[in-house]
Ligand binder design. Sequence first.
Ligand SMILES: Nc1ncnc2c1ncn2[C@@H]1O[C@H](COP(=O)(O)OP(=O)(O)OP(=O)(O)O)[C@@H](O)[C@H]1O
Ligand code: SF4
Ligand SMILES: [Mg+2]
Length: 408
Amino acid sequence: MPLPVLDVKNLVLWYRTRKGPVHAVDDISFALEAGQTIALVGESGSGKTSTANSILRLLPKNVLRYEGEVVFDGQDVMEFDNEEFRKVVRWRGISMVFQGAMNALNPTTRVGSQVAEPLIVHYDIDRREAADQAIEALGKVGLSGDIARRYPHELSGGMKQRVVIAMSLILKPKVVILDEPTSALDVMTQTNIINLLKDLKNTEHLSYIFITHDLGLASELADLVGIVYAGQLVEVGPAEGVFVRPKHPYTGKLLASVPRLRSEAAPDFIPGVPPDLTDPPPGCRFHLRCPVSFEKCGWSAPEFIEQVKLLQISEETKDKVPAIEAMKAKDTQTLLIKPVANGTIAEFAQRLTSFIAQDQETYRFLKSVESVQSKAKVVEVKLHEAMPPPLIGADWRASCWLLEAGGS
Ligand SMILES: Nc1ncnc2c1ncn2[C@@H]1O[C@H](COP(=O)(O)OP(=O)(O)OP(=O)(O)O)[C@@H](O)[C@H]1O
Ligand code: SF4
Ligand SMILES: [Mg+2]
């Protein structure tokens, strides 16, 4: 097997905030061979940009934890000091088209000078030569030489995006990170840019990390796909596998949420919202939204109580739930329930047990109950231990406990 050009192992990036640590990148690993493209796909706030920034060591001041291995061209560049990293890796080895970069071009500087800038900074070559190379780079992205003399406001969105792509290529990197490079463009211009990226990949022998929330675009360009959820890679593997036979329930839901032309079926949606990364859920981070969660997936007592309360207030379900006066979490996996005075505690425990047995296929959180025990004045409910699933599978991997029994 060829050595990967980029091998990211157990990457972690947490930010310090007043609310607590934001677990933006939490143990992300993937490898990219020369000439391959990996699409990192995920909802807003899932940690895609943070992953890219941590590969390029572009860190804000409020970093709390930053660790892992980034092996580029056979060297663990996390070991490099900042100067060496800047000289060898950033822009020369791995470059990036930033999210929204086309709107961040300097309005007062001609485009040619902006494209030439990295050459002057990194190689200290003279301005005339840099200007010639900038024109050459603009040519590679399909822009004529006279564009170099224009200011950004004289260009269309598509042309500006080509300019920032030219900037990312000027130092001839091996890997280019493209962070949502087409999300601000109309569909035709998007297609043109994607076609340009495909051509450049072949002519310049590039590897891409293509960041997007658009599964259609990802399928256009990607050899590999990494599905990012709540700071973690929950499924990673060849595009033809992940897109056709997704293993992770979240990937399945994402694919089903894409509207299809000529299909009678309404697009699916994913209930709920992604978790707060200052307090990621225990166990599998997707369990609060997962349609097939079960015993091992990791409900905590406070989450369980929230779900019971939701059932209690819904017109459809309120009569199903045994009458409860109060609930509280004893610890993360145990809750105490005080019934409304109406019979004995043992009778209430019986009603609760039947409710759990009958309705757990519909209300999946009920599957997390390990035991129900009568105490003097309350019923004690113990939940199964929460355990985060590792990436499981041979041909490609996903982090879901359902795959544990060889279902990979
Ligand atoms: N400097 C920072 N300080 C604190 N939190 C941050 C910082 N930068 C990002 N975050 C948080 O980290 C999480 C991941 O953000 P990130 O920008 O990486 O997500 P993303 O997947 O790129 O989202 P989008 O699709 O909207 O660009 C979010 O919860 C975000 O609010
Ligand atoms: S481990 Fe699998 S089944 Fe369980 S919540 Fe996560 S995705 Fe769903
Ligand atoms: Mg982003």
